[in-house]
Design a protein around this ligand. Structure first.
Ligand SMILES: Cc1cc2nc3c(=O)[nH]c(=O)nc-3n(C[C@H](O)[C@H](O)[C@H](O)COP(=O)(O)OP(=O)(O)OC[C@H]3O[C@@H](n4cnc5c(N)ncnc54)[C@H](O)[C@@H]3O)c2cc1C
Length: 330
């Protein structure tokens, strides 16, 4: 393993034996929760496509200047946010992780200002009908410009781009705030003159909940090799009807098939826990023998009953290979 990246050995059939995917080097835990950095909010704005979005999601930019985090964060990593106050046991709140939404150069061009994409957790307590507000998400979303925030991190080194990005095509699949790392990765790829094919499938319940929609549509206009596709699950998507991300994957298959068959495709999945099940089922249905094993290793029982898969089988009977990158959260 070199100093440039995390080397992951991948081996499959005779023709592609022992291909290696070297990931970008990611600095980790520069600021631990016990010694957090103090960042300053420099922007906090809605990032949903419509004013009547069902959820509240905000694009929040943090100035990390003067901290150990400046210039050290890359897309695919997360920052920890330490909300003030204590939990029900009287202990300081544990850090909550939020994916970085900015490219390596940050929002400022120097890697000092990085954005997060934060969804307010709002729920109802079934026991007494009282309103439940998630601690860190509502704290962050409510901060004004100039507010100070305690930040730890960065965390994560497995959901980053490969060093030799040009050797790959990318299939990015997001739901909700899972779009955050892909926003930064896309900017990094295009800043580096990337010439391969990128398909981004963005899932949301309603079109009004699409995040960064204007920016992504603009990027797709500027780059013919970037294919931005949406999957709206509770409204009709002409001509396809209601769609989940796996349905969009199926609809795009005539174009994507050759990217998988050639072994160039890397799949990155980020967003709501559980979304990977439908995506894996679709991959298992679409990929033929010799190619499927490059992406999913299946126990014989799972291979014989794709429709019957449950989430509990993932990582046990259905194992994504190192060509599939997964970051899902509740
Ligand atoms: C690697 C990673 C990356 C992430 N990236 C992002 C991101 O980019 N954007 C983003 O918005 N989030 C992201 N998250 C999720 C984020 O870390 C938080 O989990 C989320 O914002 C909720 O935190 P909170 O403090 O607001 O809620 P909390 O106060 O932690 O509350 C959530 C908890 O409360 C429980 N709960 C829910 N409803 C109720 C209820 N009615 N009554 C009682 N308890 C209830 C839930 O089960 C859950 O355990 C990420 C998570 C991970 C692991």
């Amino acid at each position: 393993m070199g100093s440039l990246g995390v080397a992951i050995g991948v081996s499959w059939g005779m023709s592609n034996a022992s291909m290696e995917i070297r990931l970008r080097h990611a600095e980790m835990h520069i600021h631990k929760p016990a010694e957090p950095a103090t960042a300053t909010v420099v922007k906090n704005e809605a990032c949903t496509a419509g004013k009547k979005a069902a959820g509240f999601v905000r694009h929040i930019e943090l100035d990390l200047s003067g901290t150990g985090l400046a210039g050290k964060c890359i897309p695919g990593q997360s920052l920890g946010i330490l909300a003030p106050g204590v939990d029900g046991n009287g202990r300081p709140h544990k850090p909550r992780l939020y994916s970085l939404a900015s490219p390596t150069r940050g929002e400022d061009g120097h890697g000092a200002v990085h954005a997060l994409t934060v969804k307010r957790l709002i729920d109802e307590n079934p026991a007494d009908n009282s309103l439940f507000l998630g601690v860190a998400s509502n704290y962050l979303c409510g901060l004004g410009v100039g507010s100070k925030v305690q930040v730890s991190g960065p965390s994560g080194k497995r959901f980053v781009l490969p060093v030799d990005a040009g050797a790959h095509d990318f299939v990015f699949i997001a739901t909700g705030t899972g779009i955050a790392p892909f926003r930064g990765m896309l900017m990094d790829l295009f800043a580096g003159g990337y010439k391969g094919e990128i398909t981004l499938i963005m899932g949301s319940p309603y079109a009004t909940d699409l995040l960064y929609h204007g920016q992504l549509a603009q990027l797709a206009q500027e780059h013919a090799n970037f294919h931005y596709r949406t999957a709206i699950s509770r409204e009709a998507n002409a001509p396809h009807g209601k769609m989940y991300v796996q349905d969009r994957l199926a609809a795009e298959w005539p174009v994507l098939e050759s990217q998988f068959a050639s072994g160039r495709a890397l799949v990155y999945i980020c967003g709501i826990a559980g979304m990977e099940l439908g995506v894996f089922q679709q991959l298992a249905r679409a990929l033929g023998p010799g190619v499927l094993e490059q992406y999913l290793e299946l126990d014989p029982e799972a291979a014989g009953n794709i429709d019957g898969w449950t989430r509990a089988m993932i990582h046990r009977q259905v194992r994504p290979t190192r060509r599939v990158f997964l970051e899902v959260y509740a």
